[in-house]
Write a protein that binds this ligand. Sequence first.
Ligand code: NZQ
Ligand code: ZN
Length: 388
Amino acid sequence: MTGNFTFHNPTKLYFGEEAIENLSKELENYGNKVMLVYGGGSIKRNGIYEAVKKELEKAGKTVVELGGVMPNPTIDKVREGMRMAKEEAVDFILAVGGGSTIDYCKAVAGSTYCEADPWEYYFNEWGEMTCRWIPVGCVLTMAGTGSEMNSGSVISNHSENRKKFYYFRNPDFAILNPVYTYTVPQYQTVAGIYDIMSHILEQYLSGNDDNTSDYISEGLMRSLIVSSRKVLVNPEDYEARSNIMWTATWALNGLIECGKPTDWMVHMLGQAVAAYTDATHGHTLSAVSGAYYRLLISRSEDAVKKFCLLAQNVWDVRPEGKSAKEVALEGLERMEEWMRSLGMAMNITDCGADESMLEGIADACPINESGYVVLSRADVIDVLRKSL
Ligand code: NZQ
Ligand code: ZN
């Protein structure tokens, strides 16, 4: 392990079937006025809203509610949240939902007292957050993004066809009950599962040293694959749901990037597709992965070596009598078989993209330089075209 790093993760995490019982106690650490934020209403149908309200009452909080946070939350919706947080002078923001709701709450928490326009200042210019921050806690209802234990916030701006991220602050605490994820529809469940896989791969597929982080990543991937198969058969398999939830958290809370350059180009491509189509995050990632990974294998010896390890240690490919490239490609094919078995989008056409959008999508796609290959704009177009 040759890279230098700092690891610091300040989120306190409560996990398990009784985890919600810690909410009222946690809330004692914050002021009286709580802004309760949620998405399109699933929490009102599956009982999570009631459970949260009970805890808020137990804690004696004054509650203002903001619902309707959409998947791929928009900057306009963030502005609505900022207005409410300021007018109501809220002391604390409680996010109840998936990555979209949690990301959204971080953006509101860091923008309400920001004097500049948050889209320009944070998402375009990556200005430092110096204004007052409203503390955030979360009750997670879907596994995938890792937003419950990281500082990331991904926000869309439809008028500019852009989807961008900024690192605000971690939630102070997160409540994770795997049972809450039983009601996540299959299309979203598998999107979350592939998002987790992609987060791990974005970090694993970089660098060429022997690194403990990669051994941890291989274990996380193996666990994810086993549990993904179980959850397709039985969405109420507690063991599988809990493994997926915990894997999601560790896939993007800073641990497995320790000592790694990391890549993140699949996410840059997927986000750019979503900027044009508003498609579900995990499916935009699966749609571009195959073409991008084949490009890496065709251009970089380091990539071939790493895909070879992935093939053997995660996808159980036997290397005997095969070239390194053959092993690498066989591993990728096994992964794609698994993706198809989950029902992932395997091309961007299924995400709503078409040929006429390719130049625009390429404009919306930042190019990272820390992976095995630094893409040119022509490469981006090529990957997108092969993904149609
Ligand atoms: O809106 P509601 O009614 O809650 O329904 C949601 C939504 O329709 C539903 N859902 C969630 N929990 C449910 C449920 N339905 C039934 N029962 C439950 N228990 O699922 C749908 C998707 O929810 P969403 O929060 O959008 O999904 P996800 O957690 O995948 O979040 C996606 C967002 O996170 C960003 C993505 O770009 C996207 O905007 N990401 C955030 C990251 C981070 N913070 O680090 C990293 C990721 O790479 C990602 O970019
Ligand atoms: Zn992701």
